[in-house]
Design a protein around this ligand. Structure first.
Ligand SMILES: Nc1nc2c(ncn2[C@@H]2O[C@H](COP(=O)(O)OP(=O)(O)OP(=O)(O)O)[C@@H](O)[C@H]2O)c(=O)[nH]1
Ligand SMILES: [Mg+2]
Length: 451
């Protein structure tokens, strides 16, 4: 059995937006920033494992509650609330003046619980209080939804006082645009107390929503690690020692496409549309990539484990001599064997030396650009994680807030080390390596924890 929720409120308070957010569906109904957008009652099921759990009923907004309530006080003074609700619906004299209101009243007897949506930017004026007076006649539980709770100008305390005077204590703070899972959980918990027969099913819904959110966050962070490794290990081999403008452009284009692939993945993951995110191009800095052959990590990956620098020099010197000779023989397998390293690392070392011998430069991303990409990715994930499906405005990226100097230095070092791993470029799986773990930790630390 599903619970039927009647979503009501003054015009333009966010009723349709609330339903879109609860459903995670930006296609439900029509949302506009003016009154009278919804003209007809529309019902939709919120399902859990394909079984309908909540029937959400969208309604047109109240337009003239003062006038309607006056008929109750003046013309039906001696009638019970129940009788008045019935009589008013068939009173032909009222059909024209209260067309929208009567559509709402018709639904009152059919629903289990009323969600009364309040725009907190508005003070609790008489017209809103008359809406509550009218709804109270149905003797159904009313849950006030304090919408626009993140708005700068808010009349929350006045509303709370007015609602308390009407014994409406169990209200829920909500913002359908900047949406927090904790607010939604509070709504479902309130429903649990009002519909105890459905307690377990509602709990299953709460759990499902939270598991889904946690899973999405993990996948988005994983995708960001992957994109950053791909970008940081990306290399573009130029035709000569000096990169041309078109070579730089081609390299930048490649990085931008990789970032866009990450954005598209996140949009699919969070079920948003392409037009919901419009990022301007990030100014990229490329540098000439050099393999740091004295970097202990690089050496280790080639299977060279030397404790002294003399021994290192000797090992590398020997390696290079043999390699120069070996280049004409030319297979990565030979190189790998000579260095005692795997085929892949042997191939990477060989490519570096080949480029050096052919006097070609290699373009790679500057660590500062990797840091900028990291923060853009984190801000995007944080935004999508808390974006309601009723949001109308495209996300354009936040103003760039960079970490403190110490963190920048730490990240520069990390990305510089990752850039020494061209063999990780476009790998299907993230390598099991301490540098990858360090990157994942940096993402975790920089991502604001979600409520
Ligand atoms: N910032 C912010 N904007 C919101 C919120 N809820 C709704 N809006 C915006 O408010 C406007 C009205 O939203 P609707 O969902 O169409 O409101 P409604 O109550 O269904 O309107 P009617 O059908 O005309 O009665 C839209 O521009 C929404 O994007 C909110 O919580 N925060
Ligand atoms: Mg509407």
């Amino acid at each position: 059995m599903s619970i039927s929720l009647l979503i009501v409120g003054h015009a333009n308070t966010g009723k349709t937006s609330l339903i879109r957010t609860m459903l995670r569906d930006h296609n439900f109904g029509e949302v506009q920033n003016y009154s009278g957008t919804t003209r007809h009652v529309e019902q939709i099921s919120l399902t859990l494992n394909d079984a309908p759990l909540l029937d959400l009923i969208d309604t047109p907004g109240f337009e003239d509650s003062i006038g309607l309530w006056q008929t109750r006080v003046q013309d039906y003074a001696d009638t019970s609330n129940e009788r008045w609700l019935e009589a008013v619906q068939s009173d032909s004299a009222l059909q024209d003046d209260f067309e929208q209101e009567l559509k709402i009243l018709k639904q009152l007897s059919r629903c289990d619980i009323i969600l009364y949506v309040i725009d907190l930017r508005q003070a609790p004026l008489g017209k809103y209080l008359d809406e509550l007076n009218i709804l109270a006649c149905a003797n159904k539980p009313i849950v006030p939804i304090l919408n626009f709770c993140n708005a700068e100008q808010s009349h929350e305390s006045e509303w709370r006082r007015c609602l308390a005077e009407r014994q409406l204590h169990a209200h829920v703070r909500y913002d359908t645009v900047a949406f927090f899972l904790a607010d939604e959980r509070k709504l479902y918990q309130t429903l649990q107390s009002l519909a105890p027969d459905e307690y377990d099913t509602l709990q299953a819904l709460i759990n499902q929503r939270e598991q889904d959110a946690a899973k999405r966050l993990t996948q988005a962070k994983q995708a960001l690690s992957h994109a950053l490794i791909d970008c940081t290990t990306s290399q573009f081999v130029c035709a000569s020692t000096t990169p041309s403008a078109s070579e730089k452009q081609a390299f930048e284009q490649h990085i931008r496409q990789r970032e866009q692939a990450f954005v598209s993945y996140c949009l699919r993951l969070y079920d948003f549309r392409h037009e919901d995110v419009v990022l301007r191009d990030l100014p990229l800095q490329e540098g000439q990539w050099q393999q740091d052959i004295f970097d202990p990590d690089t050496l280790k990956s080639w299977g060279i484990n030397t404790s002294t620098s003399a021994a290192t020099g000797a090992a590398i010197g020997a390696g290079i001599d043999i390699l120069s000779a070996g280049l004409t023989l030319g297979t990565a397998t030979t190189l790998g064997a000579i260095l005692g390293a795997g085929v892949q690392t042997g191939r990477s070392f060989k490519t570096t030396l080949m480029n050096k011998l052919r006097k070609r430069s290699v373009l790679a991303l500057n660590p500062d650009s990797s840091i900028a990409l990291l923060y853009r990715g984190i801000q995007l994930i944080a935004h999508l994680h808390q974006r309601g499906h009723a949001s109308q405005q495209a996300y354009q990226g936040q103003s760039d807030t960079l970490p403190d100097k110490q963190e920048v230095a730490r990240l520069e070092k990390l990305f510089a080390r990752i850039s020494q791993r061209p063999e990780w470029h476009q790998a299907n799986e993230l390598p099991d390596h301490e540098l990858v773990t360090a990157l994942q930790q940096a993402i975790d630390e920089a991502l604001p924890t979600s409520r």
